[in-house]
Design a binder for this molecule. Structure first.
Ligand SMILES: Cc1ncc(C[n+]2csc(CCOP(=O)(O)OP(=O)(O)O)c2C)c(N)n1
Ligand code: SF4
Ligand SMILES: [Mg+2]
Length: 302
């Protein structure tokens, strides 16, 4: 008899936890299913994954994924995730954050998370509205959108999340849409395989408060960036979209395409860079081997 213990197969049903409470037709359901599919495709042990979120409808993902999880506080998913990456480097860290959570209250943390390039996959759920708090203008709301907080219409230009990430030197930047299942899944695959902070902008439907944000029934407004190291475009829902060949290693080209977000999906940019968690853990390990007391004083670790 063999004493090798077979690893049990990871199935979709193993990843289910509580029943989701989102509105009917919410794009967060597609993201949840896409993430479960990813774990199944890769046969990732649920105990090797941690889903961390801020506050918002998007923040509920950790409740519904049967992995480790932490539904934290508004805008603070990044520092908590970085703590996890440092304390438990064996875990695969996923961060889930809305457009408000990421770019209003959490903007400062996101900025430094990107700069530190710590190992994680970051999903920005962009429904261009504050959903959970019932219809306030967000940093990505389009000009003219009427909301509870700006009933006569938003009068400012929205933040472009891809330009934001690119300007901070993000080492992986992509954009996708949750209603394009295979494109979303492949984008998560590319992001997961990247070493460092992988930033994914996800166009997400909010039928309750911002139904006109994304014209998901048509694709003639979309341009896909294609490349053999990028993401393929097979979805029948994308049949009328434009395709442009773009190398994810071309920074200037990425910036040019990024200006047309939110109408462009694909991998914009990718490069290898030092990661804060790798460097700090290596420095700590070195310090411990020299002098255990060095660990108590972070200023002595260089
Ligand atoms: C410190 C703090 N300020 C404000 C709030 C109220 N609040 C909760 S979620 C949210 C915005 C949610 O919008 P977004 O991040 O876009 O997430 P969505 O619900 O659209 O997924 C706000 C302002 C809070 N919970 N905590
Ligand atoms: S308010 Fe919008 S984002 Fe929130 S659950 Fe409902 S449809 Fe989804
Ligand atoms: Mg939102």
């Amino acid at each position: 008899m063999s004493d090798v213990i077979e690893k049990p197969e990871v199935k979709m049903k193993d990843l289910k936890s509580d029943d989701p409470r989102w509105c009917a037709g919410c794009g967060d359901y597609s993201i949840l299913v896409g993430l479960r599919k990813f774990l199944v495709n890769r046969q990732l042990d649920p105990a090797s994954v941690v889903n961390i979120s801020g506050i918002g409808c998007s923040g509920r993902i950790p409740h519904y994924m049967n992995t480790y999880g932490f539904h934290t506080i508004h805008g603070r998913a990044v520092p908590i995730a970085m703590g996890v990456a440092l304390a438990k480097p064996e875990l695969k860290v996923f961060i889930h954050s809305g457009d408000g959570d990421s770019l209003s209250i959490g903007g400062n943390h996101l900025m430094h998370g990107i700069k530190k390039n710590f190992n994680c996959v970051y999903l920005l759920f962009d429904n261009q509205i504050y959903g959970l708090t019932k219809n306030q203008t967000s940093p990505t709301s389009r000009k003219g959108l009427k909301t509870e907080s700006q009933p006569t219409g938003s009068f400012l230009d929205p933040i472009n999340p891809v330009m934001f990430a690119m300007s901070l030197g993000a080492s992986f930047v992509a954009s996708t849409a949750e209603w394009l299942g295979s494109h979303f899944l492949e984008t998560v695959e590319r992001a997961y395989d990247h070493h460092g902070f992988s930033f994914i902008h996800v166009a997400q439907r909010c039928p309750k408060y911002n139904p006109a944000a994304w014209n998901y029934k048509e694709s003639n407004w979309i341009t896909f960036l294609t490349h053999e190291d990028g993401v393929s475009v097979e979805d029948a829902k994308a049949k009328d979209a434009k395709r442009i060949e773009h190398s994810p290693y071309d920074f200037q080209g990425a910036l040019d395409h990024a200006q047309h977000v939110p109408d462009v999906f694909g991998v914009f940019y990718q490069e290898e860079k030092p990661c804060y968690d790798d460097e700090l853990l290596a420095a700590n390990a070195k310090a411990v081997s020299l002098d255990r007391s060095a660990l108590l004083d972070p200023y002595r670790i260089s």
